[in-house]
Design a protein around this ligand. Structure first.
Ligand SMILES: N[C@@H](CCC(=O)N[C@@H](CS)C(=O)NCC(=O)O)C(=O)O
Length: 200
């Protein structure tokens, strides 16, 4: 079995789980929850960065981060969610943008979690929020069309939007109606999205 160290709320862990479901690999993966704040967590030996998702292979080799893991899973499945040729770069770019939105959102969450209120930096929070807003504006201007099966860029985007719903009470929805419609369509066509939703 492959072991995925993750947590239910992680947008990057969700991306890996959705990719595994889409690729038909979920039966080969055991998900073991990781506490990234626990200094005694084996995760810190599995991934010196102490980050999730981290994938432990059968021979003990570990793979991180999520972009490497999804490429590995796609390789195991014979190449389904990373298209060939020019289309590959459009998907990699979309994944980078979606992951960047999730990263900037996560950093805002961490600012609230790790810093006492009086130490929080409003300028830095606004800097991160700007990345999310500009990313969503770019996507709203041209929501990515996707064919019958989602590819890695679209999977990453759904996870980033799902994370904004989870941690920011879906406030983005008021300003980005085309992306709301895009996510509704994605959720209707890709059961793996609902199957990996964290409701807590
Ligand atoms: N670029 C990484 C980002 C992973 C990441 O930021 N994971 C968060 C949880 S969603 C984490 O492990 N945070 C704990 C920490 O930074 O110590 C990826 O794509 O996997």
């Amino acid at each position: 079995m492959l072991v995925l160290r993750s947590s239910p709320a992680s947008p990057f862990g969700r991306k890996v789980k959705m990719a595994a479901l889409e690729l038909g690999l979920m039966e080969r993966i055991e998900i073991v929850a990781a506490d990234t704040n626990d200094p005694s967590e084996p995760l810190r030996r599995q991934n010196p960065l102490g980050k999730i998702p981290t994938l432990v292979l059968e021979d003990g080799t570990t793979l991180f981060d999520s972009r490497v893991i999804v490429e590995y899973l796609d390789h195991l499945a014979g190449g389904k969610i990373f298209p060939a040729g020019e289309a590959r770069f459009a998907q990699l770019r979309l994944q980078a943008l979606a992951d960047g939105i999730a990263d900037a959102a996560l950093l805002q969450v961490y600012e609230g979690r790790f810093r006492p209120e009086e130490g929080r930096n409003a300028t830095w929070l606004a800097h991160q929020a700007g990345k999310v807003t500009r990313g969503l504006e770019a996507l709203e201007a041209a929501p990515p069309a996707f064919p019958d099966r989602p590819r890695i860029g679209e999977i990453a985007l759904a996870c980033a939007l799902g994370y904004l719903d989870l941690r920011f009470e879906g406030k983005w929805r008021a300003d980005f109606p085309k992306l709301v419609a895009w996510l509704d369509d994605f959720a209707a066509r890709v059961p793996a999205f609902e199957a990996t939703r964290f409701k807590g």
